[in-house]
Design a protein around this ligand. Structure first.
Ligand SMILES: C[S@@+](CC[C@H](N)C(=O)[O-])C[C@H]1O[C@@H](n2cnc3c(N)ncnc32)[C@H](O)[C@@H]1O
Length: 198
């Protein structure tokens, strides 16, 4: 059900501001970019934000000088992003598993991987590899603890994440996030992974 845009679009329609929406970029974005810049991600690099929702993270990346694509398959998410942040960002209503846009130099993934049904995780990892340049970076903010609630989001233990990702990516950083929003403190981790050459 969560594989279909209607599932998400209905939540945007019914709730207006869904529970996951932080009304601003995640503070962990800065933490991720500090690591990425040491790894050579330049300030004008092309970055995609899959499952961008209302576009807060994409807008923050744009403000920091990156060439950003905000992508979401729910029409109301993209409408809301465009209404908030205008057309200086490339918004795309597309399915991450099938889009032919890209490739990009980096992915900033905040609550998209963890929104997937766990059965779709291997295909999601393949999609991330497909959408990146060789040696491109996947920066992901993930939950290891969802306080026992049924997903989405689905918690993923750090080592489960590493095992899933390693066939296609070299995991360069995998650690508890240190700058989480207070509502999420102690429950998030940050992964930085580099695409392996095919
Ligand atoms: C939990 S929300 C998070 C939104 C945003 N990242 C945020 O933190 O506010 C997950 C988002 O991923 C989108 N999404 C889920 N599966 C997707 C897919 N296959 N392709 C594109 N977007 C997808 C949903 O429409 C939804 O907007």
């Amino acid at each position: 059900m969560t594989a279909h845009p209607d599932y998400w679009n209905r939540i945007y329609e019914e709730e207006g501001r869904p529970g996951w929406d932080m009304a601003g970029a995640t503070p962990v974005l800065g933490e991720a970019l500090s690591l990425a810049s040491v790894l050579g991600l330049g300030p004008e690099a092309a970055i995609v934000v899959p499952g961008c929702g209302y576009g807060h993270d994409a807008a923050e990346l744009n403000a920091r000088g990156y060439a950003v694509t905000g992508l979401d398959f729910a029409p109301l998410a993209i409408q809301g992003a465009r209404a908030r942040y205008g057309d200086r960002i490339a918004w795309s209503q597309a399915d991450w598993f099938t889009t032919q846009l890209g490739p990009w130099e980096a992915i900033f993934d905040h609550t998209c991987f963890v929104a997937m049904d766990p059965a779709r995780r291997p295909a999601y990892v393949d999609a991330c590899a497909y959408h990146l340049n060789p040696h491109g970076l996947w920066l992901a903010v993930l939950f290891h603890d969802v306080q026992g609630r049924p997903g989405p989001p689905h918690a993923i233990p750090m080592e489960t994440c590493r095992a899933l990702v390693e066939p296609r990516f070299e995991v360069l950083h995998l650690a508890h996030a240190t700058t989480s929003h207070p509502r999420r403190a102690g429950r998030e981790f940050l992964m930085v992974a580099r695409r392996r050459q095919d």
